[in-house]
Design a protein around this ligand. Sequence first.
Ligand code: HEC
Length: 147
Amino acid sequence: MQLVKILAGAAIALAAIQLVPYGRDHSNPPVSGEPKWDSPRTVELFDRACKNCHSNETVWPWYASVAPASWLAQLDVSLGRSKFNVSEWGRSEENEGDEAAAEVRKGKMPPFFYLPAHPEAKLSVVEQEELAKGLAATFGEDKPEQK
Ligand code: HEC
């Protein structure tokens, strides 16, 4: 009986958190400006590993509609876009594109927790370097003093 109660409680809790509105709208605002990419290869790698969180062309998977995964997805995309958004090039207030190459080289982007659900985003060492070079050529490169 105890187990039934626990399971029922869990089911109710899971149902209840679906009612939280955060993370539901899955908005993809219009693309208002794009950077001048250095090569199609950079775009290809960026699309695979970065686009979902750093552009307005996010592909929202089904589980992004189910809390609590939906909250995490919404948070990542909102935060990611606010820092570096290739779909609002020249318009968004903040643009940390010049840190992109370093983030990739350090293995900080794409975030490790993104990879299990998105194996296509995993870059080999060679691809990582290819992307970093392309990002540096496209967005410039910040001197790696900070962080
Ligand atoms: C799962 C979503 C996600 C993916 C995929 C992703 N990023 Fe990010 N990115 C974020 C978030 C969230 C932040 C802001 C928080 C932080 O700094 O960790 C961020 C921050 C950044 C920043 C700003 C610098 C900084 O550390 O704040 C750069 C540049 C960046 N990402 C580049 C990339 C590149 C290049 C890729 C692909 C190789 C990528 N990101 C893939 C979510 C993502």
